[in-house]
Design a protein around this ligand. Structure first.
Ligand code: ADP
Length: 492
C-alpha cells in the first residue's frame, strides 16, 4: 500500500493537481508516444518557442531545432525509442521571442504499463545556454593556456619541493634535458641553478611560500651539457594544491648578450679614450707652465680652463671604466693599513683648494688604523664631498663627522643643499641614475659616482645610507665595520 507521508511527516502527494504544475513549471515539459511522436508540450514550452501545440505536435517540433543539431538529435532519439534506454541530448532550440537559438538539454524516460510495455515518454528540456557559454569560455581560456604551454617561447615547469615534476618541451629544449630525465625525476631546481644564483633562488622560493607568488628574477641555469643559460623566472603556488608551484622560464640570453656587448663597448671606449686624454692633459700642463714662465698670463689662464675641462672628462672616463669593472667583478682592491682620519683631512684639504666656495669642516677623531684600500676609500669621500659641493649651489658649509664605536667607524658627510626626495634614496645608488630635475640638468655627471661609492663601501664590508629630504640638505653616512676589516691596528 502506498504510504502518503514521508518519515518527516511531509505530504508525498502534491498539493497541486498535475496540470497546474505542468503549466507553471519554468521548464519545457513534453510527453511523446512510444514511437517518439510528440503528444503534449506544456504552456511554458509553447511560450518559449512562440508556437501553438499544433505546430509542435508529432514531428512539428523539429522545425525549431537548429539545422546543424537536428540529425544528431534525431539519431539519439531514435536509439532511445528503439531500445527503451533513457534519452539525453543537447541541441539548440529557437527562442521564438528573441529569434535566436539557445542551448537545451533534453532528457526523457519511458513510462511503462504493468506488463512492462512503454506507453509514453516523459521528457524535460532544460535551458543550458549560460552553462554552455561558461563551458565555452573555459574551453577557450584552456586553449589559450595550452597554446602558451605548447609555444616555443616560454618554458613552463611544475615543482614539488625541489623536484621538477612537470615541464613543457620548451623548458626541456632550453636546458637540454629529456622527457625521460623528467619522468625519472632527475631534474631538480637546486642542481640546475648556477651556484652563484642559489642564494637568490632560495630567497625567491621563500617569497613564494610566503606570498604565494614571486617577483620574476634573473638567474642562470646549468644545462645538462654543463653550459650556462641566462633565464628570467617567475612563479605562483597552485591555489588548489599548495605543495606544487608553477613557474615560467624565459630564455634571457639575447638580452644578456646585448648587455654584455654594451659593457664591452663601454669598457673598450673608456680605455681607448683614457690614453690620448692623459697625453692631452700633460701637453696642456706643459704649455701652461711655459706660458706662465714667459709671462703670457692670459694665455696660461685659457689653458688652465682647458685643463679643468680635460680633468672633468678624465673623471667621467674613470667612472665609466670603474663602473664596467664593477659589472665584470674586476674592480681591483689592495689591502693596506689606512689612517682614515688622516685620509679624511687630506681629502678635505684637497677639495677645499679646488673649491673655495664651500668651507669644509672635519670633526671627530678616529683613533685606529683600518685595513682596506686607501685609494678606493679616498675615492669614496672625494665623491661624497664633491657631490655635497655640486648639489649645494648656494654656498654653505660641508661637514664631515667621524664617530667610532667598538663595532664600526661611521663617517657622515653633510651638506645644506638641494636635498634628495625620500622616494629616490635607493635609486641614486643605481648605475647611471641621475635625478632628472630641471635644476640639475646643467650639472655634469653620469650617475656613476654613488654606484661606485656603494660598491667600494660594500667591498669593505660596510654600508652607506642617506638621510635627506628635498630642499633640506643631505647627509651620507658611511659605516665601515671594524671586524670585517680584519685587523685594527693601534695608530702611531
Ligand atoms: P653624478 O655623478 O651624476 O652626480 P652620482 O651617482 O654621484 O651621479 O649621484 C646620483 C644622483 O644623486 C645625482 O644626479 C644627484 O641628483 C643626486 N645626488 C647625489 N648626491 C647628492 C647630494 N649631496 N645632494 C643632492 N643630490 C645628490
Amino acid at each position: 500500500m502506498l504510504n502518503d507521508t514521508s518519515p518527516t511527516g511531509a505530504s508525498l502527494v502534491p498539493p497541486l493537481d498535475l496540470s497546474t504544475f505542468l503549466r507553471t513549471i519554468p521548464e519545457l515539459v513534453w510527453t511523446a508516444q512510444p514511437d517518439g511522436r510528440i503528444e503534449y508540450v506544456n504552456a511554458w514550452g509553447c511560450r518559449l518557442l512562440q508556437a501553438n501545440f499544433e505546430q509542435l505536435r508529432d514531428d512539428g517540433w523539429r522545425q525549431f531545432v537548429h539545422p546543424e543539431d537536428l540529425e544528431r538529435t534525431l539519431a539519439l532519439r531514435q536509439h532511445a525509442f528503439e531500445t527503451g534506454d533513457p534519452y539525453e541530448a543537447e541541441f539548440r532550440l529557437r527562442d521564438g521571442q528573441a529569434g535566436t537559438y539557445r542551448w537545451f538539454l533534453a532528457r526523457a524516460l519511458p513510462v511503462r504499463d504493468t506488463a512492462g510495455q512503454i506507453t509514453h515518454w516523459l521528457g524535460i528540456s532544460t535551458d543550458i545556454e549560460k552553462q554552455k557559454w561558461r563551458e565555452e569560455a573555459l574551453c577557450q581560456s584552456q586553449e589559450r593556456v595550452r597554446a602558451l604551454v605548447d609555444s616555443n617561447i616560454i618554458g613552463i615547469i611544475v615543482a614539488e619541493g625541489e623536484e621538477i615534476v612537470e615541464a613543457n618541451d620548451t623548458f626541456l629544449r632550453m636546458t637540454g634535458y629529456s622527457r625521460e630525465d623528467l619522468l625519472q625525476r632527475r631534474i631538480n631546481w637546486v642542481h640546475i641553478t648556477a651556484p652563484e644564483d642559489l642564494d637568490r633562488t632560495r630567497q625567491a622560493h621563500q617569497e613564494l611560500a610566503h606570498y604565494q607568488s614571486m617577483q620574476p628574477y634573473e638567474k642562470e641555469y646549468v644545462c645538462k651539457d654543463g653550459s650556462h643559460l641566462p633565464v628570467l623566472v617567475g612563479g605562483v603556488v597552485f591555489p588548489y594544491d599548495p605543495s606544487q608551484s608553477i613557474y615560467f622560464v624565459l630564455d634571457n640570453s639575447a638580452r644578456k648578450e646585448l648587455e654584455q656587448r654594451k659593457e664591452n663597448f663601454l669598457s673598450m671606449a673608456s680605455h681607448e679614450l683614457k690614453t690620448p686624454l692623459t697625453a692631452v692633459k700633460m701637453r696642456i700642463q706643459l704649455a701652461k707652465t711655459r706660458l706662465m714662465k714667459q709671462g703670457y698670463h692670459e694665455a696660461a689662464a685659457v689653458l688652465a680652463k682647458a685643463e679643468g675641462s680635460v680633468k672633468l672628462l678624465e673623471r667621467l672616463i674613470k667612472e665609466l671604466l670603474d663602473g664596467s669593472r664593477i659589472q665584470a667583478g674586476k674592480l681591483e682592491y689592495v689591502q693596506e693599513p689606512v689612517d682614515l682620519e688622516a685620509l679624511l683631512s687630506e681629502v678635505a684639504d684637497t677639495m677645499q683648494q679646488v673649491s673655495a666656495t664651500h668651507p669644509i669642516v672635519v670633526r671627530g677623531t678616529i683613533p685606529c688604523t683600518l685595513i682596506g684600500d686607501k685609494g678606493r676609500l679616498e675615492q669614496v669621500f672625494i665623491n661624497l664631498i664633491s657631490n655635497a659641493i655640486t648639489y649645494s649651489p648656494s654656498a654653505t658649509t660641508i661637514e664631515i663627522d667621524c664617530h667610532v664605536s667598538s663595532e664600526a667607524v661611521t663617517v657622515s658627510v653633510r651638506d645644506h643643499g638641494i636635498g634628495i626626495p625620500q622616494e629616490l634614496h635607493e635609486k641614486i645608488f643605481e648605475r647611471f641614475y641621475r635625478i632628472s630635475d630641471l635644476s640639475q640638468r646643467a650639472v655634469p655627471g653620469l650617475g656613476m659616482g654613488l654606484y661606485i661609492v656603494a660598491e667600494i663601501v660594500r667591498h669593505h664590508g660596510g654600508t652607506i645610507q642617506v638621510e635627506s629630504e628635498a630642499g633640506n640638505g643631505s647627509t651620507f653616512h658611511v659605516m665601515l665595520p671594524l671586524k670585517r676589516l680584519r685587523t685594527v691596528l693601534p695608530r702611531g
